[in-house]
Design a protein. Structure first.
Length: 419
């Protein structure tokens, strides 16, 4: 039986990657620093995934076990005896797993076991480069890293809602997820044969799909959240935003802006038909009431989401380079600066509270210079800067007048009309 070593036993690791490999007949060995999770996996040998969708069901994921991520030798032994591993730890935690990967590669080479493919499920751009550079720091000079490690980038589109802590305490292995199970991955990243897992979707141009995830899916969440918070602050759930008479259409319009730019950037991959289908499918998934996804969750961490390369400012820069008008995305950036949503306990996300108290009071121009890192000497950055500043002024005027920020027919909105 083939084995997958899944580094990271969190939501994506368990509900998505571990699940699809287990159902394809793989033994799944989870590596995690949580001793409670590792112990529970070894005690039970299985766990449950509750599918929160229009047709709910429970999937039992079997033939699993756990290894402590703190035990480098144990992890190295597992990595030496499989041909495929995966990570789902979060980009910030990747540096902590590089020593284990390096130790596993050395052990593989000593045993003559050939290359290891690592599927990087982190939703980060240039993930393969980061992994090669990070692992290399823990290997001896001259180690044939590129011959021994296949770094496989992915685009993770699966949505996993926040679970109630009481439920987690009752069963630390239970995880919620939507039904969507397609794992888009870089066909060119594998050194071994691509694993026979039905839900794997290997692509020849991975960059196109990484950009699509960030600038359509992730942007779509930001559009829903930031527009909803200003237009209808009483709304709690993402599905409510999608169904709202102005927020839903405006969110779709913003996603279509990026879709247009993607078609221009990657005409061999994308066209009007498949991008319209993709946007409609995403909105249908956002509208899934069973998922219980909240405006707070999809909008929080504004400082990061308004970063230069992230979903909103990154999308505007991407669109500008493709000569694509993006008025709704500019409005999203301006609305995002005003995002003050709270969780079920009435608390703002800590980073957002700091942003609201210490960053935004300096003004929109400060945010665009210091948070979005837009450079006045860059013509693309200057175009984005001017668009967001105009959108910010427009929103300020509309809010002061007690009027909708999304009412296309409203006075002053002409400059933000669709392309």
């Amino acid at each position: 039986m083939e084995k997958l070593v899944q580094i990271g036993a969190g939501n994506i690791g368990r509900s998505f990657v571990g699940q699809i490999f287990s159902r394809a007949g793989f033994e799944v060995v989870f590596v995690d620093v949580s001793q409670d999770i590792v112990a529970a996996l070894n005690e039970r040998g299985s766990y449950e995934v509750e599918i929160k969708d229009r047709e709910p069901k429970t999937i039992v994921v079997e033939n699993v076990r756990g290894v402590s991520g703190r035990d480098t030798e144990a992890v190295a032994r597992e990595l030496a005896t499989c041909r495929v591993a995966a990570t789902a730890v979060g980009p910030a935690a990747l540096p902590y797993i590089y020593p284990n990967l390096a130790a596993g590669l050395e052990r593989r080479r000593e045993a003559g076991n050939g290359p290891l493919d690592v599927i990087i499920c982190e939703n980060m751009r240039n993930a393969a480069v980061a992994m090669y550079e990070g692992v290399a720091e823990h290997l001896p000079a001259g180690f044939p890293l590129r011959e021994m490690l296949g770094a496989v980038e992915t685009s993770i589109g699966k949505m996993v809602p926040i679970m109630d802590e009481a439920i987690r305490e009752r069963d630390p292995l239970l995880v919620y997820a939507e039904a969507y199970n397609t794992l888009i991955c870089d066909a060119k990243g594998f050194l071994n044969a691509i694993p026979e897992v039905p839900e794997l979707a290997p692509k020849q141009n991975m960059k196109a799909y990484v950009d699509r995830k960030l600038f359509v899916h992730n942007l779509g969440h930001a559009l829903c959240a930031y527009f909803a918070h200003l237009e209808a602050p009483e709304l709690v759930y993402t599905w409510e935003a999608v169904q709202h008479p102005t927020i839903g259409p405006a969110s779709r319009a913003g996603m279509v802006e990026s879709a247009r730019a993607l078609i221009r950037a990657y005409p061999e991959e994308f066209n009007e038909a498949n991008q319209a289908e993709h946007v409609d499918d995403l909105l249908s998934r956002f509208e899934n009431q069973a998922l219980g996804d909240t405006i707070y969750r999809v909008g929080r961490d504004v400082r990061r989401k308004l970063g230069r390369e992230d979903r909103v400012i990154g999308a505007l820069r991407f669109d500008a380079r493709r000569d694509t008008n993006a008025p709704y995305t500019a409005l999203c950036a301006a609305a995002g600066m005003r995002f003050r949503a709270v969780d079920e306990n009435g608390e703002m996300y800590e980073n957002d509270r700091d942003f609201a108290n210490h960053v935004y009071p300096e003004g929109a121009e400060f945010v665009l210079r210091e948070v979005a890192e837009l450079q006045p000497g860059d013509p693309i950055d200057r175009e984005v800067f001017e668009a967001v500043m105009a959108a910010d002024a427009f929103i300020g005027e509309r809010l002061a007048a007690g009027e909708s920020i999304l009412e296309v027919g409203g006075a002053g909105f002409a400059q933000f009309g669709e392309e």
